[in-house]
Design a protein around this ligand. Structure first.
Ligand SMILES: [Mg+2]
Length: 376
């Protein structure tokens, strides 16, 4: 039925690809083991077509996740602009480009993500359909429930934030670990005692060097956490699996999951893993959807992740992969909007409200393109 809603229009001709750094200050700093951030670190792309359409894209280069910097991302877009402008005119030429340039995107995922989202936006608008409709993702939810993510702050700030989340009715929590046993224990104890019926996971952002240190630390924490994210240096799948088995909890792969081929290391043992899929680090929606498709085939549970400081555009893109994750979706991160950003890219900022939810009607989910009134 979705197919028939698409109208086929003439092939698009891109007129221009503009790009810049988007620097929006935060209302409050956010810290974890790999970085502390006071403003966005974002690439923003605007694509215009000869028929008068405008599309927008966003990517979050992070040295410690994808090896990209703002400079490398800006350089990548400048280098690829001409070929993208000449070669891509619809979904088929876009998909071909993504498949033919896999290695190039592997090294520049956030930069490509910014271009790809803007391209998908204009292609969907041209076909007068939503991004979900364009990519054949069925819409199964009109509400998205977010995790309360608590940064690595001093206990007083942690406590204040945890209580704010509690007041809003959040039930799912992720804590960024510091590696200081006393501090981390204090935080976990506070959260599990003050909040009943909550689910807690922790993110170590590659804090430790070896698996034995992790097992010892988590045993000493002695807290009912249901999973641990990225405890050691990325991509050490054997050691990560050993940690999962020793602690009897799954490992969440984030820095260790940036491309589909990495699933080869984990797909045989789904009970040891949870995948954190963030659109920007995966290199856009087309690649994210392929990872999700393969993950579901192997019964690997999924978390839709987010980079700190994503605007409403990447939040909206996250809805697409949350729909695609279907019943494999375990948790959803992001949705901070103006809670974190001093200003957003659209007047109606996408941000969680009561019970950590964003309600988004079928009507809005069916708007052409991403359906956001961007004013950036
Ligand atoms: Mg993480």
């Amino acid at each position: 039925m979705q197919e028939s809603m698409k109208k086929t229009h003439a092939m698009l001709q891109i007129k221009d690809i503009e790009f810049k750094e988007l620097n929006i200050p935060f209302n409050t700093a956010f810290t974890h083991a790999s970085a502390s951030r006071h403003s966005t670190q974002t690439i923003w792309v605007k694509i215009t077509t000869t028929c008068g359409l405008t599309g927008y894209g966003e990517g979050c280069p992070r040295e410690y996740v994808t090896g990209e910097s703002l400079e490398s991302a800006l350089r990548f877009i400048a280098d690829q602009k001409k070929v993208v402008l000449e070669d891509i005119h619809d979904l088929s030429t876009l998909t071909d480009w993504v498949n033919e340039n896999e290695k190039l995107i592997d090294s520049n995922p956030a930069a490509w993500c910014a271009i790809e989202l803007a391209l998908l936006d204009i292609i969907a608008q041209n076909e007068y359909c939503s991004i979900e409709n364009l990519l054949d993702v069925p819409i199964i939810r009109e509400s998205f429930t977010y995790t309360a993510v608590l940064g690595n702050n001093k206990f007083s700030a942690f406590k204040r934030q945890a209580l704010q989340y509690k007041k809003l009715g959040f039930l799912d929590f992720k804590i960024k670990l510091s590696g200081n046993l006393k501090e981390d224990t204090e935080k976990l104890d506070f959260l599990s005692k003050s909040h009943s019926a909550v689910r807690i996971r922790v993110d170590a952002n590659n804090l430790w060097k070896n698996k034995d240190e992790v097992v010892e630390y988590v045993c000493e924490l002695n807290s009912p956490i249901f999973a641990i994210e990225e405890p050691i240096d990325p991509e050490q799948y054997e050691d990560l699996q050993a940690i999962s088995r020793s602690l009897a909890i799954p490992i969440i792969l984030d820095e260790s999951l940036r491309r589909r081929s990495q699933l080869d290391y984990v797909k045989k043992n789904p009970s040891n893993w949870i995948l954190n899929v963030r659109v920007s680090k995966m290199g856009g929606l087309i690649r994210s959807l392929k990872v999700i498709q393969e993950a579901r085939k192997h019964r690997l549970p999924l978390i839709v992740g987010a980079h700190v400081g994503e605007t409403s555009l990447l939040t909206r893109a996250g809805f697409v992969i949350a729909q695609a994750a279907h019943d494999s979706l375990l948790a959803h991160e992001g949705g901070f909007g103006r809670y974190l950003l001093k200003e957003d890219v659209c007047d109606e900022s996408l941000m969680f409200g009561r019970n950590g939810k964003i309600q988004y009607s079928l009507d809005k989910l069916s708007s052409p393109g991403f359906g956001l009134a961007i004013n950036s």
